[in-house]
Design a binder for this molecule. Structure first.
Ligand code: PLP
Length: 512
């Protein structure tokens, strides 16, 4: 049985030849190929300026410097990201402030950003996690009036689109990664794009020791003009060998994205038919490149017992244990997702459920007669308008469509989050027993995949749980839930249909 890896870069003879040409030319450091790669990347991303760097991490670092972020500032970042996002804030002496994310997209939302703002916030780093475009305009609506810079960490998002344009096109400043885990690779490498000529010029200097005249320009002229060093710079340069690979890779990007989306669609269809699994999807405002195809595993037994007339919905998502007891007439549902504590205390007549997930505030104020719960998670709008007697909770999380029609008396909410079927219109008093959870938890599924020779990965990390950041003491329930219950399935350009069928078969076998 051949092994299926989670990701493989797609490199070929063209890249080999491009590097060989650079070697033959004798110019291997940052030079003409880097300049050409920058031009082409800016054009393809509809960015005004592009500055190549040694990695996305160094591009983020430069972005924060040129945006004027300094010691004493707070920078809002998602914890649900590779740790480099938060590290970049520390490099400039600022404090990363972790915000929670949408359970649907895994990205920051206006509500989670708002909840994390402090008087010292000077920047927000918005990540397009796994290639899923974040809602940049909605975040800028919050930040622009406050003079807070939004930096897009588009490390994973080359080839994704946002409101009909390439991701990053509408950003004041964005950072990109070309690590081999990404769909466009230069071995190691990164890019900073920006709409501001002054920021681009300063980043260009800073990445090269803050030299006033670049090494390439000095070496190109017979009489080298004297250069000066007006501030303390860095060596964040990309080499011409890397850029030569990047130029070839960039030309392949549309084809790579098409194939990835084709494979993702096959996974999505299969997952939709399996109770207890939910797959990442495109948000309403754009299309992803499916750099990572993640699924959420809902392992709870899915049992809602007894005499509730509402729903004990969302909290089951949060805990994943799936047991709701007692005599509530509504639901204290989604907010428990937010809190992740998994306790539904009875006798409320409704619930101000899901919106708390969206906002991540974790407060359920009881005694409302109903809640338009989970759907607000999906939309991330954070408003719960009561007066329904039950909830249209979890399922709407899944669909992210955000419509709550009132007067439903009960909901089979939380587990519907997992199913992703998106319709819960019943007027019954909550479902009892047998919620459609998956047959095993995330670790079990990873084990089953490994046994079948398939390499998958635990979901995206939660930086705030790492020793480096644990002292922040923050609790981010949605991030923690996603980190604990998601996994990344194999998806790469060369993946064959039969390889993918093997993965799907293991997913199906894990059903209860
Ligand atoms: C969201 C995000 N930001 C930053 C980085 C760092 O990228 P690089 O390895 O190019 O520095 C990564 C890498 O995985 C990432 O996923």
């Amino acid at each position: 049985m051949s092994r299926i890896s989670v990701m493989q870069p797609w490199l070929g003879e063209e890249e080999v030849e491009a590097v060989a040409e650079v070697l033959r030319s004798g110019w291997v450091a940052q030079g003409p190929r880097v300049a050409e790669f920058e031009r082409r990347f800016a054009e393809s991303q509809q960015a005004a300026h592009a500055v190549a760097t040694s990695s996305c991490t160094t591009a983020l670092h430069l972005a924060l410097v040129v945006a004027g972020i300094r010691p004493g500032d707070d920078v809002v970042v998602p914890s649900f990201s590779f740790v480099a996002t938060a590290n970049a804030a520390v490099y400039v002496g600022a404090r990363p402030v972790f915000a929670d994310v949408s359970p649907i997209t895994g990205n920051l939302t206006p509500e989670t950003v708002r909840a994390a703002l402090t008087p010292a916030t000077s920047a927000v780093v918005l990540v397009d996690q796994g290639g899923v475009p974040a809602d940049l305009d909605a975040i800028r609506e919050v930040c622009d009036p406050l003079g807070i810079v939004v930096i897009e960490d588009a490390a994973c998002a080359a080839g994704s689109t946002y409101r009909g344009r390439p991701v990053g096109a509408g950003a004041e400043i964005a950072a990109w990664s070309f690590h081999p885990r990404k769909i466009l690779t230069t071995g190691e490498g990164g890019m900073l794009t920006t709409s501001r000529a002054d920021w681009a010029a300063r980043a260009r200097r800073l990445r090269e020791h803050a030299m006033s005249v670049s090494a390439a320009d000095r070496h190109a002229s017979l009489v080298s003009p004297p250069e000066s060093y007006d501030e303390v710079g860095f060596n964040f340069r990309m080499t011409d060998m890397q850029a030569a690979v990047g130029i070839v890779q960039l030309s392949r990007l549309p084809e790579v994205v098409d194939r990835r989306r084709e494979l993702a669609a096959v996974y999505a269809k299969a997952v939709a038919e399996i109770d207890g699994l939910r797959a990442v999807t495109d948000p309403a405002w754009g299309t992803g490149n499916f750099q990572s195809f993640w699924i959420e595993v809902c392992p709870g037994p899915g049992v809602s017992t007894s005499s509730t007339t509402g729903a004990s919905a969302g909290f089951e998502v949060g805990r994943g244990t799936g047991v709701s007891t007692g005599s509530t007439t509504g639901a204290s549902a989604g907010f428990e997702v937010g809190r992740g504590t998994g306790v539904s205390t009875g006798s409320t007549t409704g619930a101000s459920a899901g919106f708390d997930v969206g906002r991540g505030t974790g407060v359920s104020t009881g005694s409302t007669t109903g809640a338009s719960a989970g759907f607000e998670v999906g939309r991330g709008t954070g408003v719960s308008t009561g007066s329904t007697t039950g909830e249209t909770a979890g399922f709407e999380v899944c669909r992210g469509t955000g419509v709550s029609t009132s007067s439903i008396t009960g909901v089979s909410a939380g587990f519907e989050v997992c199913r992703g079927t998106g319709v819960s219109t019943r007027s019954s008093t909550v479902s009892a027993g047998g919620g459609p959870a998956y047959g095993m938890d995330r670790e079990g599924l990873l084990g089953a995949l490994a046994e079948a020779g398939i390499s998958a990965r635990r979901g995206i990390m939660a930086a705030h749980r790492q020793p480096a950041y644990v002292s922040s003491g923050v609790s981010l329930p949605v991030t923690e839930h996603l980190t604990d219950n998601t996994l990344i399935l194999p998806l790469f350009h060369q993946m064959s249909d039969s390889e993918q069928a093997r993965v799907v078969e293991v997913l199906r076998q894990g059903r209860r």
